[in-house]
Write a protein that binds this ligand. Structure first.
Ligand SMILES: O=C(O)COP(=O)(O)O
Ligand SMILES: [Mg+2]
Length: 224
């Protein structure tokens, strides 16, 4: 099996540590090396499209972007919506009902919206069920979106657009919102400090945390 595409999460995976917003520059260097060897790198994250598209351009990756926690896919100039748009009134109702803080990125989103603190309560799940809304937490942020929601839906769309088989794809992440992405990929990688429930679906758990783990993985891949 030859890895042709690497799907990487951002927060907690390409950063110095979970909870950090500092990019691990050795991880970026390693991903650049993978791209130079013809392996396409895609960003798959709960962050908004403008944030991810900017990063994607400046990092020089070519595998595409899955933004808004799976609800928006970008590849070679084309944007593919994956989820039902959420009406602003519903976003505001959720925010006010559960007294949450909106992510600053919400004004740049259409399908999936971020809030803190990143804790899902039973009442929130009940509300989401009643409203037909998807709800997930990455540990960085709480996400509500139109259906289907989740990185799995976006990753399936991206792989279809790329025309690659899932067995030729590696996915690497740190949190529960990455489970769906790993379940699709042939090579399923968790960084050392990942959520336990992500490690359970991974077929490799790295020795090193977050971005250091990404470098460890890429080195193993490009050494072969
Ligand atoms: O936006 C978030 O919840 C965290 O983003 P991530 O998917 O890059 O970890
Ligand atoms: Mg993450």
């Amino acid at each position: 099996m030859k890895v042709r595409v690497i799907l990487t999460d951002l927060d907690g995976t390409l950063t110095e540590d979970r909870g950090s917003y500092l990019l691990n520059l050795e991880a970026i260097e390693a991903l650049r090396k993978a791209e130079a060897k013809g392996i396409k790198v895609a960003l798959v994250s709960g962050n908004s499209y403008p944030v991810l598209r900017g990063l994607y351009n400046y990092l020089g990756f070519s595998g595409g972007v899955v933004a808004e926690n799976g609800c928006l896919v970008y590849y070679q100039g084309n944007i593919f919506p994956v989820c039902t748009p959420l009406p602003k009134v519903l976003v505001e109702e959720f925010r006010d009902k559960f007294k949450l803080k909106e992510s600053w990125q919400n004004e740049y989103r259409r399908y999936d919206f971020g809030f803190t603190p990143p804790v899902i309560t039973d009442d929130m799940r009940k509300w989401a069920e009643e409203k037909g809304v998807s709800i997930q937490s990455s540990g960085y942020a709480l996400h509500i979106s139109g259906r289907p929601g989740g990185k799995g839906a976006g990753v399936k769309k991206l792989l279809n657009v790329l025309g690659v088989k899932s067995e030729d794809v590696a996915a690497i992440g740190d949190s529960a919102t990455d489970i769906e992405m790993l379940e699709i990929a042939g090579v399923r990688v968790a960084v050392a400090n990942a959520d336990e429930n992500l490690k359970r679906v991974a077929n490799f758990t790295l020795k090193l945390k977050s971005g250091d783990g990404v470098k460890e993985f890429i080195d193993s891949l490009t050494r072969e």
